[in-house]
Design a protein around this ligand. Structure first.
Ligand code: GLA
Length: 377
């Protein structure tokens, strides 16, 4: 898959060459889960699967979009402020953000090809938004390239405000700003980013569990975090974000669910710096991955029986450093980190045993830390 495939799709859909092709990758998060929307730290990396967006100008007011993977074409006008509930909402939202921030490029013709698995929790939507923003900003104002953190912000606003998904900044930031051979440390309170060398092998296992409950459970967790922050702020008005709360305050001022959710956020955010240090000194990441998974399972309650089973299988495999759920949870993917051969043993075992245990096949991909978004043609 390549920029050429996107250009080819563009030609067959619109009968002319595109003016630009940009691409952006999916991501997995190594550590720092459910911390981004609480002003904490995260450590995602881009995966070696991307979405390419070929773009050209379109006469009139109606923009058009076609996707090779979805096999469906749509049209929209940028003046319309509502999403249609279709895949091209991500494109529509991203183009609206570019129009507001960079300038009015008129209507667009868009062609999308992708090898980021959709619906797996690998941020296929962030990849689409980021590639669209980058391509459209490039054509609208070629003399003033947007900095990648700004590309990430526009893509994030498209997802949150136009599509209406209450996510944090991690996915769009990783897709836009990651660099090859590095994970990306993001301080979500300030938006600061730093590349962290990461050359370990990663196996992604998608439990392929339908994620229908994910949206509402995610919103419930966000509400619990907001509630916890408000309670803590009554005693410490200078507390800006939940990730900066002290564990002592959480234990003494909160109870029940809010206490468990807040405790996860603060501990998980702290684990990011610890993992960065462990990477610098060449230590196994196993203990931090195990602590993260246990905290997501027990305190944040966003794991699933299938994810727990995969993580147990991973840590029981000699040569696997560690494993945990990655992304939002409630189904979706786990990652395992370790030696290449051990990961292949694990992959074979999971592919064989999972269907008998859970009634459907999982999906899996080996990946490594890859480059972020780029203009490709
Ligand atoms: C989803 C969201 C991210 C982040 C993770 C959990 O992937 O899109 O912003 O909140 O869940 O860490």
């Amino acid at each position: 898959m390549s920029a050429g495939a996107a250009a080819e799709l563009f030609r067959s859909a619109y009968g002319r060459d595109p003016d630009v092709v940009a691409s952006a990758p999916g991501r997995v998060n190594l550590i720092g889960e459910h911390t981004d929307y609480n002003g904490g730290e995260v450590l995602p990396m881009a995966i070696d699967r991307r979405t390419w967006v070929a773009l050209g100008r379109e006469p009139g007011a109606v923009s058009r979009a076609v996707s090779r993977e979805v096999g469906d074409a749509g049209s929209f006008t940028l003046a319309t402020p509502q999403a249609a509930g279709a895949w091209w909402d991500y494109v529509h939202g991203a183009l609206r953000e570019v129009r507001t921030t960079v300038g009015d490029g008129g209507a667009w013709a868009v062609a999308v090809v992708s090898d980021v698995p959709a619906g797996a929790g690998l941020s296929s939507s962030a990849a689409l938004e980021v590639a669209t923003v980058l391509a459209a900003a490039h054509l609208t104002d070629p003399a003033t390239p947007l900095a990648m953190p700004v590309v990430a912000q526009l893509a994030y606003r498209a997802e949150r405000e136009f599509v209406g998904v209450p996510c944090g900044i991690m996915d769009q930031c990783a897709s836009a700003c990651a660099t090859e051979g590095h994970a990306l440390r993001i301080w979500c309170d300030s938006g600061r980013v730093a590349a962290v060398p990461f050359d370990r092998q990663v196996l992604v296992i998608d439990t392929a569990v339908p994620r229908s409950l994910r949206g509402s459970a995610f919103a419930e967790r966000q509400a619990a975090c907001v509630r916890a922050l408000k309670t803590l702020q009554r005693h410490a008005p200078s507390l800006d974000v939940l990730a900066h709360a002290s564990l002592a305050a959480i234990e003494s001022l909160l109870d029940g669910e809010d206490r468990r959710r807040a405790r996860h956020v603060v501990r998980e955010s702290a684990r990011v710096g610890e993992v960065v240090e462990a990477l610098r000194t060449g230590q196994s990441l196993g203990p931090w991955l195990a602590a993260s998974h246990a905290s997501l399972r027990d305190d944040y309650a966003c794991s699933s029986p299938e994810l727990d089973w995969v993580v147990d299988a991973a840590v029981a495999t000699p040569g696997v450093e560690g494993a945990r759920l990655t992304g939002a949870g409630w189904g979706g993917c786990a990652i395992a980190i370790g030696e290449a051969e051990a990961l292949e043993v694990l992959r074979a075992r999971v592919m064989e045993d999972f269907p008998g245990r859970w009634g459907h096949p999982p999906r899996s991909w080996r990946t490594r830390a890859s480059r972020g978004a780029s203009i490709d043609a």
